[in-house]
Design a protein around this ligand. Structure first.
Ligand code: NAD
Length: 480
């Protein structure tokens, strides 16, 4: 694929950057994928002002028209999925099939939001003999959407679709590690809408700071890590912006002793090693009953050993590289510390192409046998293909260990007994609980408020609860 250059996108026009970032393929570092324009503070200001001007007409655009445009945009995403998947795979390290699927999932998200907007935005009226009370939902203004790299289109659409449906305009800042494909999609997407409704700026912390301190930005919706979220919260405080955070997780999977190893272990392996473990609600630690530990562990090991690690465009691969050097090094150091403490780490799977291996951020899938329950490998979000497997003696002990971190995004319970599993799930400190699976079904994607408790976030995305993040309530009381 020829190297491409992607510019900033402000007021429905390409705007050259002040400088350009060279994007390389994390699966073959000798290959240059493209160049990404980098904005400075004045260009961020230009983008926010364009969004602010557009807000005044977009909020008055009749709701059925806004909904129809979002429906058209969802169809465009579906139509573009195959075209953009290769570029997304090359820049991010995600497998090409995963990228294609991601764009279709993003289209579903846009449709879900378009579908619920009319009911959600219908004003509520309450009346008695003395007064009339109207509760109406108004857009907030300019939203800044800042996203991470590990599901760039889905994470962006979870913000953009409800924001636009409710009448807000938006400035998106993608992650520099997965911006090219997303930006090309956003250009086509934005062309369907009036100028300035969707704007895209590129850069890292400097551009993020310019956005989150801009006085005309009313809301910051952020997906990424906790450290950056704290900085955003401090920056946003100055002008009292509304913030919403979707942050990291360290999701526990508790396997109860009645579970069937052949049924649950393949699903747990899939939920832990998909995207090489680089997604927020991946299973990041497993708790097995001590009485059946070896049986479950061996079944999991067999499953993980079937993974084939290779370049994102290699159709044989079912696990790709890490997205970036910092994360790759972080996981390697974590594994080294685990080994230094005398804990066994099994390196599994198959390396598809040894030549690529030395040229990319590759790791084999790894299982950690019997780590100390309080070891870093258990308590820290690894965000990579290494899974600690801890033994527990009683269910209450498993619940206590699962709840001992400051993260609380998702959790899962695995059992043949629905009531028993539900009883455990209700005691886990997480925003989302899964039973006998670790990803939402289509029904779940539409209706589950997505997000975490404790330091995994503030607020929720998806469903009507997620849409409520993009409105201000105005209550009017008329005296009869
Ligand atoms: P990150 O926090 O390093 O970066 C996220 C985004 O913030 C990027 O676009 C980055 O350029 C930008 N940024 C960096 N400094 C900034 C600043 N000072 N002000 C404003 N923006 C700034 O995270 P990452 O490495 O891209 O993503 C990995 C993390 O994201 C993991 O912890 C993962 O669990 C989490 N995540 C959470 C969810 C969720 O929905 N809960 C989804 C995906 C990823």
């Amino acid at each position: 694929m020829a190297s491409i250059r992607v510019e900033l996108f402000i007021n429905n026009q390409d705007v050259p950057g002040r400088s350009y970032l060279v994007v390389k393929d994390p699966g073959r570092l000798s290959d240059r994928v493209g160049e990404l324009a980098q904005a400075d503070g004045s260009q961020v200001d230009e983008a926010v002002r364009a969004a602010h001007r557009a807000f005044h007409t977009w909020r008055d655009t009749p709701l059925p028209q806004r909904v129809a445009l979002l429906q058209a945009a969802a169809a465009l995403l579906d139509a573009q999925a195959s075209t953009v998947a290769e570029l997304m795979a090359l820049e991010s390290g995600m497998l090409i099939a995963t990228c294609r699927q991601e764009v279709h999932t993003a289209a579903h998200i846009v449709r879900d939001n378009a579908g619920m907007a009319i009911d959600f935005l219908t004003p509520q009226v309450i009346e008695d003999d003395t007064s009339w009370v109207g509760i109406e939902k108004r857009p907030m203004g300019v939203v800044a959407g800042i996203v991470s790299w590990n599901a760039p289109v889905v994470l962006t659409m979870r913000k953009l679709a409800p924001a636009l449906a409710c009448g807000n305009t938006i400035v998106i800042k993608p992650s520099p590690s997965a911006a090219l494909g997303l930006s090309l999609l956003l250009r086509r997407f934005a062309a369907l809408f009036p100028s300035g409704v969707i704007n895209v700026v590129h850069g890292d912390a400097d551009v993020g700071t310019a956005l989150t301190t801009h006085p005309l930005v009313r809301k910051v919706s952020f997906t990424g890590g906790g450290k950056v979220a704290s900085a955003i919260m401090r920056n946003a405080a100055e002008t009292m912006k509304n913030v919403q955070f979707e942050l990291g997780g360290n999701d526990p999977a508790i396997v109860l002793d009645d579970a069937d190893p052949d049924e649950v272990m393949p699903r747990i392996a899939q939920a832990a090693f998909r995207r090489a473990g680089q997604f927020c609600f991946a299973i990041k630690r497993v708790y097995l009953p001590a009485s059946r530990y070896d049986l479950f562990f061996d079944r999991l090991r067999a499953e993980v050993d079937r993974l084939q690690v290779g370049h994102p465009l290699d159709k044989r691969a079912n696990m790709g590289p890490m997205n970036n050097r910092a994360q790759w090094q972080f996981v390697k150091d974590l594994v080294q510390r685990t080994r230094d403490a005398g804990t066994e780490v099994l390196e599994l799977g198959e390396v598809l192409d040894a030549e690529d291996w030395s040229q990319g951020y590759y790791l084999r899938p790894m299982l950690v046998r019997h780590p100390e329950p309080n070891a870093d490998i258990v308590l820290v979000e690894q965000f990579g293909p290494v899974l600690p497997v801890v033994a527990y003696r009683h269910e209450s002990e498993a619940i206590r260990m699962a709840n001992q971190t400051e993260l609380g995004l998702g959790s899962s319970v695995w059992s043949r007994d629905r009531e028993r599993a539900l009883a455990v799930a209700r005691q886990l400190e997480s925003g989302m609980g899964f039973i006998n699976q670790a990803a939402a079904s289509r029904l779940g994607q539409r209706h589950m408020p997505f997000g975490g408790v404790k330091q995994s976030g503030i607020g929720r995305e998806s469903s009507e609860v997620g849409m409520a993040e993009y409105v201000e309530y105005q209550a009017i009381n008329y005296s009869k």
